[in-house]
Design a protein around this ligand. Structure first.
Ligand code: KG4
Ligand code: ZN
Length: 338
């Protein structure tokens, strides 16, 4: 039997500093996440320069903790995977510089990983039997996309948002409702005690397209708040808003399964931690006879284990990068198959 392959992962693309060790691309040996959410809450969103400075403080302690709690030494690490795109460039540079220093001094191969590829690969950590082909709905703060995955690096975008991402819509609407940052989890919490039918917010179906649009919903929430004052309980507004987002996500993902004939749906990104989305997607998949994989919440939101899992598949195919590789603020995932 071949020896276990351990990949060390590092993620600093936004406001989480995370390091992890993953065995064989499937087993999480450690996944340490230091969130800066409290630090940014007072500004109502992530302040890039503050995020970069905090990553500088947190990166080394998080790296040490990830190695310690995995119970492995650097000699037992076979390669290093680090998020290098897309993200806040100053934040990405902290993780990428640390990862390059490790790779150079330890003489280990290194690979730069697309952040969304990490969100996809979190599903391989969540379900050890998952295999291609499958569909993945990625719903994060910056992205909303349905992808058909037919093999490592073989992917096709079936639809994506034309304006705001689902997470961005959660966060912006939460702000309009006077909820603290990060908005998504707060809307989720309040929605659990609210009536989702109380306010009829619009759904952008966009005909037969599998694309999404959430900017109209944001405007509708702004108008509703202005007219309503605070007469409607915020729990009911949160539940109605959440249902408006979730219904479109679920219906289009199920349509994608029907059109492609794929029978497995996976979720990725922070919004995949939303309890309303998880319940509605499970109900729809049960009804349609589809298999559903949802990573646990700590593998949905930003973390380095997912980056190590994605990097594993690249490194075993010999796709390491030279130490000169760069960071990028923006890059679509679908055009990114090496
Ligand atoms: O994947 P992620 O951690 O970072 C990005 O890559 O963007 O996603 C963050 C997004 C934020 O918009 C946050 O509000 C949202 O995920 N989010 C949620 C929940 N947990 C995180 N949205 C709705 N319900 C949640 N439980
Ligand atoms: Zn993310």
């Amino acid at each position: 039997m071949s020896r276990t392959m351990n990949i060390f992962g590092l993620e600093t693309s936004c406001d989480e500093t995370s390091a992890a060790v993953v065995a064989d691309g499937r087993r999480v040996l450690s996944n340490i996440v230091a969130s800066q959410a409290d630090l940014h809450a007072r500004w109502g969103g992530v302040v890039p320069e503050v995020a970069s400075r905090k990553h500088v403080e947190l990166t080394l302690p998080v790296i040490h903790e990830a190695l310690d709690s995995a119970g492995v030494t650097w000699n037992e690490i076979d390669g290093i995977a680090v998020t290098n795109r897309p993200g806040l460039v100053g934040a990405l540079l902290v993780g990428v510089s640390a990862a390059k220093a490790l790779a150079y001094s330890l003489k280990k191969p290194i690979v730069g990983v697309h952040h969304l590829e990490g969100h996809l690969y979190a599903n391989f950590l969540a379900d050890s039997t998952l295999d291609f082909p499958f569909l993945c709905l990625i719903v994060s703060g910056g992205h909303t996309e349905i992808l058909a995955l037919r093999g490592h690096g073989e992917r096709e975008s079936l639809g994506q948002t034309r304006d705001d991402a689902a997470g961005e819509c959660f966060d912006k609407c939460a702000r309009l409702l006077g909820l603290p940052y990060p908005g998504g989890p707060n809307v989720d919490r309040l929605a659990q005690n609210g009536d989702p039918k109380r306010v009829s917010f619009p759904r952008a179906w966009l005909g037969d397209s599998l694309d999404f649009s959430f900017s109209g919903l944001k405007t509708a929430v702004r108008n509703f708040v202005a007219q309503d004052g605070e007469k409607t309980p915020v729990e009911d507004v949160a539940a109605s808003l959440q249902m408006a987002i979730v219904e479109v996500l679920v219906k289009k993902t199920v349509q994608a399964a029907q059109r492609t004939g794929m029978d497995t749906i996976a979720l990725g990104g922070g919004v995949a931690a939303n309890s309303g989305l998880k319940t509605a997607m499970q109900t729809a998949c049960d009804f349609e006879g589809l298999r559903l994989v949802i990573p646990p919440p700590d593998l949905c939101t930003d973390n380095a284990a997912m980056i190590a899992a994605a990097g594993h598949h690249r490194l075993i195919q010999g796709q390491s990068d030279p130490l000169s590789f760069d960071t990028f603020a923006m890059e679509p995932l679908s055009s990114n198959s090496k």
